[in-house]
Design a protein around this ligand. Structure first.
Ligand code: O7M
Length: 221
């Protein structure tokens, strides 16, 4: 189901497909295979740079698209980026919070609230810079009126701690599968959706992989 800004992504399978493939054919093949098992598709630089931004509107015809530009600029530039993403049919965007409240608010205004703010990232290097300020980034997401945060499935205990800060904002959580996190752990810790890339698009049978994850989700909520 497609929605315009202001609505909520369908919360059926609780899986967001990270479509980090680099050809249009692969993108369409993987979305077709996974479509019954995912609620939204996250599109970022690898696919946009490889095939062009028209892929956003093409996929947005059938699925909610979260544009993952990891926006991190001054307020005016942030606004311009978000406007372009929304014009192409994005349902939501992803922004960094370390740029400060004015930059995050510029995204929130331009996306009518449909912004997820990064907190502690999922990879090992996240411990250097994003982890020490993650609680503040989560608080900023809430005060700026964002829809939710991105929190690491590789450290589910952090999902639970960040949940206490954001109340009923949404948590989308990457790091399941290829990065070592488990879908069930992330969901039990309080994630609303898991974000999954390689464990689906690199699987020999992406449809079977997406179905297996959807089954794991059902068992853990
Ligand atoms: O499942 P993977 O590891 O193949 O892909 C994970 C996706 O989530 C990939 O698109 C990353 O860019 C993204 N991601 C992280 O892996 N870690 C983070 O901390 C944040 C993100 C993300 O999606 O930010 C919005």
């Amino acid at each position: 189901m497609h929605f315009s800004a202001g609505h909520r992504m369908q919360k059926k399978n609780r899986i967001i497909l990270a479509l980090d493939v680099t050809s249009r054919a692969d993108a369409l093949r993987v979305v077709e295979a996974a479509k019954d098992y995912v609620d939204a598709v996250k599109i970022g630089w690898p696919l946009i740079l490889a095939v062009g931004p028209d892929i956003i509107s093409e996929i947005a015809k059938n699925k909610d698209v979260i544009c993952d530009m990891k926006i991190a600029d001054i307020p005016n530039t942030n606004r311009l980026i978000v406007e372009q993403a929304m014009k192409r049919g994005a349902s939501a965007v992803i922004a960094h919070g370390f740029t400060g409240d004015d930059s995050v608010k510029a995204c929130v205004d331009a996306a009518k609230g449909q912004v997820f703010v990064l907190t502690e990232m999922s990879h090992p290097g996240a411990r250097q810079f994003t982890a020490p300020v993650a609680d503040k980034l989560a608080a900023l997401a809430k005060s700026a009126g964002a829809r939710g945060i991105v929190a690491p499935a590789t450290r589910p205990e952090r999902i639970a701690e960040l949940r206490k800060i954001i109340g009923n904002l949404e948590i989308i959580s990457p790091g399941v599968g290829a990065q070592g996190g488990k879908a069930s752990d992330a969901l039990k810790a309080g994630a609303d959706y898991i974000i999954v890339g390689r464990a689906i698009y690199e699987a020999p049978d992406p449809k079977a992989a997406a179905k297996a994850l959807a089954d794991e989700v059902k068992r853990s909520i």
